[in-house]
Design a binder for this molecule. Structure first.
Ligand SMILES: [Zn+2]
Length: 313
């Protein structure tokens, strides 16, 4: 009987030309002295860390996930690297948020793997329109801050994985269903903590407008220093800042928050001028580094709501 030590990955070199490099790779593994079993691993790419976490949750060991915009990094201003290009070239599916979040993705995929399957996880969601009055209506991409909307995105992931690996459908269904249960529990625990914050203090001031969906679901009013859903904007004018500072003073906003993806200087300056305090540590558009409280989506959301409730109640 053949025996393998640990896990042997048979990787097809991208340049061999003898097989589709984007096809599922074959992984042979044995445990102890048992006969080897051959199974496929689906290589997928997630545009940013939160999506990568959901893919691992639903895909388990059937998927090998490469995340392009990693923990602590800003997807709005991202510039793909040559290593990202290689990952996309070797992948079978690219998962993205859509709603204008990954503005750099289109031309990048076009140049690295134009025929790759693409899944826009917000496909069935109606994005928030930022300003109904303008002709070119911009959508708010920060859907992950509402766990109820995450359920729809998790189901898109489940459907896509089942279509690629139908023989593992039961496993994907079970993992998705368990995760949906945890999303519902998360939603309830956020509601419980929000209930501790007096209504007139449910006010979030952050660097950029990332909490629109969160605010809609849990009843907060939001303002941001950059005044934009993208962090890819220049600093606000002195006059714009003066209006915001005045508002923070007048409404006696208890705290304003810095974000893990953006430098805190401007927020600290506004807080100092408005006479309020700065709370650091909010995870907005990215997970935290491994080992931090925000290194998974569920952890990130729990950490955020405890920080918010602690600062505003
Ligand atoms: Zn953002």
């Amino acid at each position: 009987m053949k025996r393998y030590v640990g896990l042997v990955l048979l990787l097809l070199a991208g340049s061999c030309g003898c097989s589709d490099p984007a096809g599922p790779i074959t992984q042979e593994k044995t445990t102890g002295g048992k006969a080897s079993e051959t199974e496929e691993v689906l290589r997928v790419v997630a545009t940013f860390s939160v999506l990568g976490d959901w893919l691992r949750e639903i895909g388990g060991d059937a998927v090998e996930v490469t995340t392009l915009v990693g923990p602590g990094s800003d997807a709005h201003t991202y510039e793909p690297t040559p290593a990202d290009g290689a990952a996309v070239a070797e992948s079978s599916v690219v998962f993205e948020v859509g709603l204008g979040f990954e503005s750099w993705l289109e031309s990048f995929v076009e140049s690295s793997h134009p025929s790759v399957a693409r899944v826009v996880v917000t496909r069935k969601l109606k994005g928030r329109v930022l300003d109904e009055s303008v002709e070119h209506q911009e959508l708010d991409p920060h859907v992950w801050h509402d766990p109820a909307l995450v359920i729809s995105m998790v189901q898109e992931i489940e459907t896509a994985l089942i279509s690629k690996m139908p023989h593992r459908a039961d496993e994907f269904r079970l993992r998705a269903s368990n995760y949906v249960t945890r999303l519902k529990e998360l939603d309830q625990s956020i509601k419980d903590l929000v209930a501790l914050i007096p209504e007139d203090r449910r006010r979030l001031v952050t660097t950029h407008d990332t909490f629109g969906y969160f605010a809609e679901r849990y009843g907060f009013r939001v303002s941001s220093i950059l005044g934009s859903v993208s962090s890819e904007v220049s600093d606000p004018s002195a006059a714009e800042l003066a209006v915001l500072i005045d508002e923070i003073r007048r409404e006696r906003v208890a705290a304003i928050f810095t974000e893990n993806i953006l430098s805190p200087e401007l927020t600290q300056q506004v807080a100092a001028e408005a006479g309020t305090r700065v709370v650091t540590g909010l995870y907005t558009d990215a997970l935290g580094p491994p080992g931090s409280s925000g290194d998974t989506y569920l952890g990130m959301m729990e950490s955020n709501i405890s920080l918010i409730a602690e600062a505003l109640r």
